[in-house]
Design a protein around this ligand. Structure first.
Ligand SMILES: NC(=O)C1=CN([C@@H]2O[C@H](COP(=O)(O)OP(=O)(O)OC[C@H]3O[C@@H](n4cnc5c(N)ncnc54)[C@H](OP(=O)(O)O)[C@@H]3O)[C@@H](O)[C@H]2O)C=CC1
Ligand SMILES: O=C(O)[C@@H]1CCC=N1
Length: 271
């Protein structure tokens, strides 16, 4: 990839993507530039990643061929007002934000701009990201393929219709946090039984990773894989019974709904 990539905003998500694409060898650090607000972030990112970083959004917008907006949703309006006259016609703008729609981008820019709405996740930092993209009508196949190449450098990437984008945080953008809670709770339970904490995290995390790989690589139904672990009268079915009693599945389903609804609210500008 020989494009100049720009990140307006370089916090948790921006840094995860940058580290992921540098580690993958997709780009050299010199091809990436970014902006942030604080000197603290600017100094940290300079030392940690060796990319160019400043607080000059206008210049970054002028000089980037693919421009990622990795700021919080409520910062979008202000940033777009600042950069809208600077973005070259053939630059592809990639939103990295829950809720921000393609229509909202058109309205904020006040003109037709090439936009791809994206929702990555922080495991991109270790090359295990899951990103979902949705282009507007002005993005060519070739441009979408180039942006896909960026996201695929640090994990898997899928394209979906925009009506599905508000559910993506629930499934992949936010869900790492839910899985961390699950791992932490498993470890707490094991520590309560006298297990050392560091080993508890390792056993829980490796098992979550292994189970995920089984779903992805065997193609078997998750329920079938679950059944294969349940020895009649054994330990697993005792645990499954307890999870059902405590409403585990329903808690997860309601979580997906709450997360989707929050994405829709963010899209309407609700703080
Ligand atoms: N965190 C996650 O797991 C995921 C986040 N996202 C999306 O990514 C976006 C960013 O989230 P996240 O990285 O977590 O947030 P962070 O707060 O970690 O990062 C936001 C960055 O934006 C910078 N910033 C704020 N205002 C401006 C401005 N006016 N001009 C330039 N830079 C600015 C901040 O600078 P400074 O550091 O100096 O404050 C910071 O570097 C959000 O829209 C979120 O929805 C999507 C998927 C997953
Ligand atoms: O919590 C959020 O709103 C962002 C979007 C997905 C993950 N973090």
């Amino acid at each position: 990839m020989n494009k100049k990539l720009g990140f307006i905003g370089c916090g948790q998500m921006g840094q995860a993507m940058i580290q992921g694409m540098i580690d993958a060898g997709l780009v050299e650090a010199e091809q990436i530039a970014a902006t942030a607000l604080s000197d603290e972030t600017i100094d940290f990112v300079t030392d940690e990643y060796g990319i160019q970083i400043s607080n000059d959004n206008k210049r970054l917008a002028r000089e980037s061929e693919i421009l990622f907006l990795a700021v919080k949703p409520y910062v979008y309006q202000g940033v777009i007002q600042e950069i809208r006259d600077e973005v070259p016609e053939d630059t592809v703008v990639v939103t990295v934000a829950a809720g921000i729609t393609l229509d909202a981008m058109k309205e904020a820019f006040g003109k037709n701009v090439k936009v791809i709405r994206s929702m990555p996740n922080t495991p991109s930092l270790v090359g295990a990201g899951m990103s979902v993209l949705c282009p507007n009508d002005f993005v060519t196949k070739q441009e979408l393929a180039e942006v896909m190449e960026v996201f695929e450098s640090f994990g898997e990437a899928e394209v979906v219709e925009e009506k599905l984008m508000d559910t993506v945080p629930a499934l992949s953008g936010s869900s790492p946090a839910f899985v961390y809670m699950f791992i932490e709770a498993m470890a707490d339970g094991a520590v309560n039984e006298g297990f050392p904490r560091d080993k508890a995290y390792k056993l829980a995390a490796q098992s979550v990773m292994g189970a995920a790989k089984m779903v992805l690589e065997t193609g078997r139904h998750p329920g079938d894989l679950k059944d294969a672990v349940c020895t009649p009268g054994g330990t697993t079915i005792a645990g499954v019974t307890k999870l059902e009693e405590e409403g585990f599945r329903n808690a997860v389903i309601q979580t997906m709904t709450a997360c989707t609804e929050r994405s829709r609210q963010l899209g309407k500008g609700t703080k």
